[in-house]
Design a protein around this ligand. Structure first.
Ligand code: SF4
Length: 398
């Protein structure tokens, strides 16, 4: 049971410090050791720098996003794999994938595709890598192509869908419509690949409604996972040149967090994991001047989770406690401690403790503290007042 140590002192009701080093460690780990999905998979990214792209999407500059230099396939891949494996160490319970990202893999010349795939296959043969994955355009895949990828050991295909609204796709110069993207998701799924869909929010021409429609259509298409990227304006992109136009304004950071939070709450009950929110803070991306405008934040995913916690806690406590307060002596303060899964404390507190003043401001008359509660799962919380438990297993996704 939570003890009295959980309560904040009078006048400073919220006193626990977040684990301020967690974010730093997470960021460092991503940079050095690749991306871990569900703690059991190491993904080693190898960036293609827009190779294979038959047209230029209005928002894209992969040279900046990846920060990677163009390199020879064989030596570059060998170096990358060796560096990542050395940093991450070996773990028998972990699967390792080489990922070809940052281009349109299946639009590359066949000889080039095969060169990359053979390089990857060698690591599979050596037993240090289990399979390959790649991202590509939805309009550059067919059944024969899928079979060829499978023969080389590709197990995961991520489709750069971005939007399922025809107008948005046209404004962004994608060169295909939503029907093509949905057909590609079906093809990849039917061929037995683990299927990922990459979506963007805040694209030129995209309204909140069209983003929501895209999310709903994506859920109906049933991919295995999604990634959500707020659209930012990068240097040397066609979007940068249109930035003076009212129709080409990016989202604010607050709006992007809110849109993404909504999407997370919709994908979660549909059983579709959101494995990434926000661009990876590569050296190229964070170099001065490369982000011209838009909702970039190095810990965007943390901001979204913090937003969900803040809004849900305030909503629940606002209703429960203030209702109780109205039945008690007028003006009496109520103390509440929020019970959290250990890993959710930072989301409750907020990035750089930003949620704490919000709790104080919007929950007048309530002294709020928190404690770790082993009974809560990730994304859940309990609220405990002096008189007892007010609510239990309340999900921020509901
Ligand atoms: S978004 Fe994808 S398809 Fe478009 S230019 Fe960038 S890498 Fe190529």
């Amino acid at each position: 049971m939570p003890g009295p140590r959980s309560w904040g002192p009078a006048g400073d009701p919220v006193k626990r410090r977040p684990n301020s080093r967690r974010l730093g460690r997470h960021w460092l780990f991503c940079v050095l050791a690749g991306e871990i999905v569900a703690g059991k998979r190491l993904i080693i990214p190898f960036f293609l720098n827009q190779e294979g792209c038959v047209r230029r999407c209005i928002f894209c500059n992969q040279h900046i996003i990846s920060g990677a230099k163009k390199t020879d396939a064989r030596s570059g891949l060998a170096e990358t794999v060796a560096a990542y494996l050395a940093t991450a160490g070996s773990r028998p319970d972990r699967t390792v994938q080489i990922a070809f990202y940052g281009g349109s893999f299946t639009s590359l010349e066949l000889s080039k595709q095969n060169e990359y795939l053979r390089c990857g296959q060698q690591f599979i043969a050596q037993g240090v890598v289990h399979s390959l994955r790649l991202s590509t355009r939805p309009d550059s895949l067919d059944q024969d192509g899928c079979r060829r990828l499978q023969a080389f050991g590709v197990r995961t295909v991520e489709l750069g869908v971005q939007s399922l609204n025809d107008r948005v796709l046209a404004v962004c110069n994608r060169g295909h419509d939503a029907a093509v993207a949905l057909a590609a998701v079906k093809l990849v799924k039917d061929q037995g690949f683990e299927t990922g869909v990459q979506l963007m929010l805040g694209l030129p021409g995209q309204s909140r409604e069209s983003f929501q429609e895209t999310v709903e259509k994506t859920i109906a298409a049933g991919p295995d996972f999604v990634r959500l990227y707020p659209a930012v304006v990068l240097r040397h992109t066609p979007w940068e040149l249109r930035l003076g136009d009212a129709d080409y304004q990016p989202l604010s950071l607050a709006a992007a967090v809110e849109w993404c939070g909504w999407a997370l709450k919709v994908f979660k009950p549909a059983g579709i994991p959101v494995v990434r929110m926000g661009l990876h803070p590569s050296d190229g991306l964070i170099a001065p001047g490369n982000i011209v405008a838009g909702p970039y934040h190095p810990a965007f995913g943390e901001l979204v989770k913090s937003y969900l916690f803040r809004e849900k806690v305030i909503d629940i406590l606002g209703k429960l406690v203030l209702d109780r307060q109205s039945r008690l002596e007028k003006g009496r303060r109520i103390s509440v401690s929020v019970g959290l899964h250990r890993a959710d404390v930072s989301a409750f507190v907020g990035h750089q403790r930003a949620n704490l003043p919000e709790y104080c401001r919007r929950l007048e008359g309530i002294d709020i503290g928190w404690h770790v509660d082993r009974r809560q799962h990730r994304g859940e919380f309990a609220c405990v007042a002096n008189e007892g438990r007010l609510v239990d297993h309340c999900s921020v996704f509901s």
